[in-house]
Design a binder for this molecule. Structure first.
Ligand SMILES: C[S@@+](CC[C@H](N)C(=O)[O-])C[C@H]1O[C@@H](n2cnc3c(N)ncnc32)[C@H](O)[C@@H]1O
Length: 392
């Protein structure tokens, strides 16, 4: 009888992986001997070798991720169910199956309506080649999507932004020294409501199968506290948030540094943070570039071009972001400045990315000369990042 219930549970795994209805598996009621152990989650991931079952073992202070070929993964599930874990749930877009063992280790199989996603939303994902899944638990907890995985209409722009951001991270990781790492750290500066931070953690851990440690730094305590609470709810054990200022922030390491829409000079503080912490990859979406605007002087011969306030403001934005990109180039990064999402979704849509090039130990002096030239041409006596240029 008990054997049949377990077999009845296991028999749904392979078909759900084949027909695309598999969402994830979770295991609880741990009966193994490790007092640090907290839980296990199994996701389906795509790697260059093909699809894999990704096992995320969560401990009090870290997550350990191991990826298995499908057949091997299913045998492992069979091995641990009823032995190390007395409860297991298979979430699919058709039905959820839960196997629950009594104290006497008699299993009962329950079938329920699906808690995550729908066939439609998964199909939707595939059509759009999305890396992030709107049916992820954190999107629900952060108020982006419904429990069924449908993005709320007033949150669609935010979701598009997060999706696009992760797509950019994906291509930059592939072109950087980080691509072969199994352990990685990332810091999101000015994490706010932390949509980006959660998606980044999910991508590194579950999509890439890396052991990732991700931190958010946010000056508003209530947002940092709320994000920590959500990370615990999702069992994202290596994701944490700190209340603090970007300028004061430091990290044990930060391979990836992101700062999206951190106001004015907070973006410059993020650049300084990334350089201090030897980041390999930097992604910035600047906003409200006021510092240069207050200090620049438009040359006489260009005054007719910038006679109107809005054009002068745009010039300040262009000068600030050009100087930032050149600072990164000076420190050995290959940079790109581009519109990362259509202006129909957000007006703050410029992205600066930097990928560290193999360290030759030399500074790019051409970039430094260009910084000097721009400052002189536009009478900018003091640029916020001068202090780090002087330091190095
Ligand atoms: C516009 S929100 C963007 C949030 C998130 N990065 C995103 O793009 O969804 C900017 C956040 O950065 C935080 N912030 C701004 N300046 C900061 C600073 N110097 N140190 C820490 N947090 C800062 C703000 O409190 C706010 O939550």
């Amino acid at each position: 009888m008990s054997h049949d219930e377990k077999a009845g549970f296991l028999q749904h795994i392979e078909p759900s992986l084949k027909d695309g209805s598999f969402v994830k598996m979770s295991f609880s009621k741990y009966r193994g001997g490790d007092s640090e152990f907290k839980g296990l989650m199994v996701n389906l991931i795509s790697t260059i070798e093909g699809e894999r079952l990704s096992f995320r073992f969560s401990y009090k202070t870290k997550d350990v991720v191991k990826n298995y070929e499908i057949t091997k993964g299913i045998s492992l599930v069979s091995e641990i169910t009823g032995k190390d874990f007395l409860a297991a749930t298979l979430f699919t877009t058709n039905e959820d199956y839960s196997l629950d063992y009594s104290k006497k280790r008699v299993p009962t199989l329950h079938t329920r309506k699906p808690a995550f996603g729908t066939a439609l939303s998964r199909e939707h994902n595939r059509e759009k080649h999305r890396i992030v899944d709107p049916a992820s638990e954190y999107f629900y907890l952060l108020g982006i999507s419904s429990k069924e995985g449908r993005v709320h209409s007033d949150k669609y722009d935010k979701f598009r932004q997060v999706d696009k951001f992760i797509e950019i991270v994906d291509s930059l990781v592939a072109s950087s020294e980080l691509k072969d790492k199994s352990e990685i750290s990332a810091t999101d500066l000015g994490s706010g409501k932390s949509y980006i931070t959660f998606a980044l953690y999910d991508y590194l851990t579950n999509t890439k199968g890396m052991n990732a440690k991700v931190k958010g730094i946010e000056q508003r305590r209530e947002l940092a506290d709320l994000s920590n609470k959500t990370a615990i709810q999702c069992c994202f054990n290596s994701l944490s948030f700190m209340e603090g200022k970007i300028s004061d922030g430091d990290s044990d390491s930060a391979d990836i540094v992101t700062a999206l829409h951190a106001c004015d000079t907070a973006t410059d503080d993020a650049i300084a943070f990334a350089l201090r912490n030897n980041a390999e990859l930097i992604l910035l979406a600047p906003c409200c570039q006021k510092y240069v605007r207050k200090r620049m002087h438009i040359p006489e011969d260009l005054k007719p071009v910038f006679a109107h306030g809005i054009l002068e403001e745009r010039l300040a934005v262009i000068l600030t972001d050009s100087l930032r990109a050149l600072v990164l180039e000076h420190f050995g990064f290959e940079t790109k400045v581009f519109e990362f999402i259509s202006s129909e979704h957000t007006a703050r849509n410029t992205m600066i990315t930097g990928v560290r090039q193999k360290d030759t130990g030399k500074r790019n002096m051409k970039a430094l000369n260009e910084i000097e030239m721009i400052k002189e041409k536009f009478g900018i006596e003091d640029f916020y990042l001068d202090k780090i240029l002087d330091l190095k």
